[in-house]
Design a protein around this ligand. Structure first.
Ligand SMILES: Cc1cc2nc3c(=O)[nH]c(=O)nc-3n(C[C@H](O)[C@H](O)[C@H](O)COP(=O)(O)O)c2cc1C
Length: 363
């Protein structure tokens, strides 16, 4: 296993001892300020939400679980590093395992809930499950660590702070306030760009926050009032309904600075014998990411870009999903993405950032 996030180890093991594989050594170097060989790349030729970047390419929220992972990613020319989603309080991880190899017949149809066999050899995986439950340390712990990650971004690189709100039983006002607090904590930690995760199955996969336009509009407005000029990106799931997507964009585009799409595509995961693949209540259905969601992700980027033209709106589009190599980066850019990110593909190929850095852009 050469992955920098090792899915054969627990989340805690990864957090405490990672990154692994070829990133292990560089991460140690990076702490002393000498990490990586990405030091002389000339002047950054692109911008991402007002920040100069060498390449508008990086790793989305998830695999970079703390500063050590972010440092290694930046040292490996992933010029946009998203610190894994944090919360306003400590939150436990779903039981191990979290990432299983998922076998598909081809691209997933995001409008259908497929039943897929999970648990094959991870070394041969192209698509995986992602079932963590969005764990978080307390802000006392993650704030200094996020600050360390922010400081690791060199010239032409940027660190994005991802966060999400937690329902604490205090009703909608408390939920809005929790988002504002999470965003403010990230800004206090120095995050120059924010991403709000609206696509985590908080209350079941059918009720993702991004499908509640009214509530998201209220939350995004409150967050923007609190964080001022710090750019805010909304992380979306795939929208089945075009009218719902258009209504969502019309309401939120005047408030926010960009959209990242997509998060994982849900599927029912079973063992070869047909049993539930991931242990525990509420885990029959889990998010699938990697190669199988590429076409769904590119299609969603294309719809965002088309609406941006039709509405003469201005916002950044971050293409996420199924980016396994340079061809997939090109597909996202051709669909209208201003920046592209890879989670599963980067985990499998930790040198993907350097290969993108060595290629021209658009790829
Ligand atoms: C290990 C792992 C953990 C993830 N955790 C998060 C998360 O905390 N927040 C989030 O918004 N997305 C999370 N994601 C989703 C990714 O950001 C991305 O949207 C998804 O994996 C699709 O991209 P991919 O096909 O390149 O993997 C995670 C993905 C992976 C693989």
């Amino acid at each position: 296993m050469t992955w920098f996030y090792d899915p054969l180890r627990t989340y805690e093991d990864n957090y405490s001892h990672g990154p692994f594989g070829s990133w292990a050594e560089v991460a140690a170097d990076a702490v002393t300020g000498s990490g990586g060989d990405v030091t002389d790349r000339g002047a950054p030729a692109h911008t991402f939400l007002g920040h100069p970047v060498h390449r508008p390419f990086g790793i989305p929220a998830g695999p970079l679980v703390n500063a050590a992972f972010c440092e290694a990613a930046l040292a490996h020319a992933f010029d946009i590093a998203v610190y894994k989603t944090v919360r306003t309080g400590a939150h436990p991880t779903h039981p191990f395992p979290n990432c299983l190899a998922v076998t598909t017949d081809g691209p997933l149809d995001p409008d259908r809930l497929d039943t897929l066999v999970a648990g094959a050899d991870l070394d041969a995986a192209r698509s995986i499950s992602n079932s963590f439950g969005v764990p978080s340390r307390d802000p006392d712990k993650w704030q200094p660590d996020m600050s360390r990650a922010v400081a690791a971004a060199g010239p032409g690189q940027v660190l994005v702070g991802s966060y999400q709100g937690t329902r604490t039983g205090g009703g909608e006002d408390a939920y809005v306030a929790d988002h504002v607090r999470a965003a403010t904590l990230c800004v206090e930690a120095g995050a120059p760009v924010l991403e709000m995760n609206l696509s985590c199955p908080n209350e079941g996969t059918g009720h993702l926050l991004c499908f509640d336009t009214e509530l998201v509009t209220r939350i995004a407005g409150a967050v923007k009032d609190a964080v001022g000029d710090v750019p805010l990106v909304l992380k979306l799931a795939h929208f089945a309904s075009q009218p719902a997507l258009e209504e969502f964009l019309a309401a939120t585009a005047p408030i926010v600075d960009g959209y990242a799409a997509i998060n994982t595509v849900p599927a029912r995961l079973v063992t070869p014998a047909g049993d539930q693949a991931l242990p525990g209540w509420g885990r029959e259905v889990a998010g699938v990411c990697g190669e199988a969601i590429g076409p769904a992700a590119v299609a969603m980027v294309r719809r965002l870009a088309q609406w941006r033209v039709d509405a003469a709106a201005q916002f950044a589009i971050v293409g996420v999903g199924g980016v396994m190599g340079l061809r997939d980066v090109a597909a996202h850019v051709a669909a209208g993405a201003d920046a592209v990110m890879s989670a599963t593909g980067a985990m499998i190929d930790p040198e993907l950032g350097r290969r993108v850095a060595a290629a021209s852009w658009p790829v």
